[in-house]
Structures are given as C-alpha cells and as structure tokens.
Design a protein around this ligand. Structure first.
Ligand SMILES: [Ca+2]
Ligand SMILES: [Ca+2]
Ligand SMILES: [Ca+2]
Ligand SMILES: [Ca+2]
Length: 311
C-alpha cells in the first residue's frame, strides 16, 4: 500500500506526457479496431463446434427424470466414465442468424432443445420470464470448458430486445409453460415449460464489450453458452404506441433494430412517432374494444397514416 502513494503521481505524469505527445497526432492512431466480424465468425464457430463435439449434457436425466430433478441442463466432458455419452453435436439444432452490425455476416447458431415446451412461443421483441445460467467458453492450452459468469436465482423477467442477440434468437425457438401451481411456501411451480441451451459466437454475444459482472470478467471475443428454462411470455410494445413490436418489423426480417421509417435513429419499435410527423403513432391507428388494430390510410396513397409523414 505504501508504494501506491508514490506510484500514482508517476502514473498521472506518464499519462499527461503521453496525452501531450499525442495531441498533434491523429487521435485514431490510438484506436485498436475490433476484429473483422466475418473472420471472427469463422474462428468462433470452430471453437463452439469443438465444445459441442467434446461435451455432452445430462440427457439421461431428461429421458427418465429422477424424483428431485430440477430440469436444468448440465454439461460435462466426454471422457473417462463418460466416454460413451452422445456428444452435444449430435443432439443440437441450428439456424442461420444475421449479424446485427454487418449484414453480410451470418452465424450458424447452435441450440439444444432438451424440452421444447407446451405453452406459447415468444416473438423476438416480446417480454419473457426465464431462469438462466450464462457461461463463456475457455479454449486454450488444451483446455476446453466453460466458466460461469451469471445466473438467475429465481425466474427473471427480460425484455428480449435487451438481452444478448444469440439468447434472443434461441428463446424464440421454445415455448413457455402451460401454467403454474402455487406452493404452500409462496413459490410457484411451472408446468410444461421449455428447457434449452444456446451456443453462440461472440458476435451474437458481447464481442468487444463484455459487461462488468459480479467478480467474473468475461474476456473480449468470448463465445457464450446460456442454458435456460422458459416460463412465461407477453407481447412486447416497447414504445407503448399501441402496435405490438413484432408488427413494427416493417421489413419482416425478424430483427427489430433495422426498421426506422423516419430515419431519426430510433427504430420503429422504440419510436412512438414512427413517421416523424409529430402526430403520435397511437393517434394514427385505430384499436377497437377487442384490441384489434386497424391502420387507416386517409389519403389513399397506399401508405398507412402512422408511416405516412404527409397524412
Ligand atoms: Ca426488421
Ligand atoms: Ca424512427
Ligand atoms: Ca413505433
Ligand atoms: Ca402520419
């Protein structure tokens, strides 16, 4: 501790000096650009696939659940006593998912359906209640495993547009519970819920911006695994303009971020005045008593009022 007092002014001086020296230079010289997303995708996918071929999950417990089974997915290495287990690679599904930054990058997103679920299927901008566990992949020095960085204690409500893209993309492949029972101790037990996992490339995760999380720092470019239980879903209307956000995906590509009718840098799903005509979207649509929405086109030009700045 004693040395720290002396060290600090020196650090400050060095920083000052460095800043002074830099002042004539192009400030971009100090900027380390993020890795190319297409190239990173290739390396990330190989790392994810390495994990999937060397690990298995507790599928036997899901096949014949023990009495006290918590219906949570657990992974282990295929080795020793477990050398004969079926690799995740042979049990996962995958789908192609677009990068949110570079439209030319498509990810092969692997997910595991331990239980699909019997309830409702959420849409990509909906609000869900889940249990989850987040880990990042460690793949170095012959080691190939994963480290826990976050988990829920009790079911948590999440806006799907706020969570990492890979988890958003995976959760919409599952279904919720069919209902729940109130337990005497005040907790609830959900029935028929979906249980799954997703194995995502860093480009669908945090890439160069991992969040600060309790004690564990996630490395940049880390591949992520989330396991989850999906309990409930409700329709998202993030800007409260009366239009469910799933209908604000104007170009119909399943992404909420890239639709901005009035080009004001607020995507439609978070823009309460989508055409920028200063009339709120809510006043340019009609909602009847049953909640059915209709979209008037007053000037008959084929563009509905709430997306028509002239009407
Ligand atoms: Ca879209
Ligand atoms: Ca907008
Ligand atoms: Ca809107
Ligand atoms: Ca309008």
């Amino acid at each position: 501790m004693k040395n720290l007092k002396f060290l600090l002014p020196i650090v400050a001086l060095v920083l000052l000096f460095a800043t002074a020296c830099d002042s004539d230079d192009n400030p971009e010289d100090n900027f380390i650009p993020a890795r190319d997303r297409a190239e990173e995708n290739i390396a990330s996918t190989l790392e994810v696939e390495r994990y999937l071929t060397t690990h298995f999950y507790n599928y036997e417990e899901f096949q014949s659940p023990p009495a006290d089974f918590d219906f949570k997915i657990k992974f282990d290495t295929i080795a020793g006593d477990n050398i004969d287990k079926i690799a995740l690679m042979n049990q996962v599904d995958f789908k192609m998912v677009q990068d949110r930054v570079d439209q030319d990058v498509q990810y092969k997103l692997y997910y595991l359906k331990a239980i699909e679920g019997d309830g409702e299927q959420p849409s990509f901008p909906d609000i869900v209640r889940i249990n989850y566990e987040g880990t990042y992949l460690v793949d170095e020095d012959g080691q190939n495993g994963n480290e826990l960085f976050d988990s829920s204690v009790t079911p948590i409500r999440f806006d799907l547009t706020f969570i990492v893209n890979g988890l958003q993309d995976a959760l919409i492949e599952f279904k919720t519970s069919t209902g729940f029972i109130d337990n005497p101790d005040g907790t609830v037990s959900y029935e028929g819920f979906g249980v799954g996992a997703v194995f995502m490339q860093s480009g669908l995760g945090y890439y160069v911006n991992p969040p600060p999380s309790g004690g564990v720092s996630i490395p940049v470019y880390a591949q992520l695994i989330f396991t989850f239980q999906l309990f409930e879903t409700e329709i998202g209307d993030q800007d409260n303009d009366g239009i469910p956000s799933v209908l604000e995906d104007i170009n119909g590509n399943g992404l909420e971020e890239d639709d901005d009718t009035d080009s004001d840098n607020r995507s439609n799903y978070i823009d309460p005045d989508d055409d920028g005509d200063l009339r709120p979207t809510r006043d340019e649509i009609e909602i009847d008593q049953d909640g059915n929405i209709t979209f008037p086109d007053t000037d008959g030009d084929g563009v509905v009022d709430y997306l028509d700045a002239d009407s």
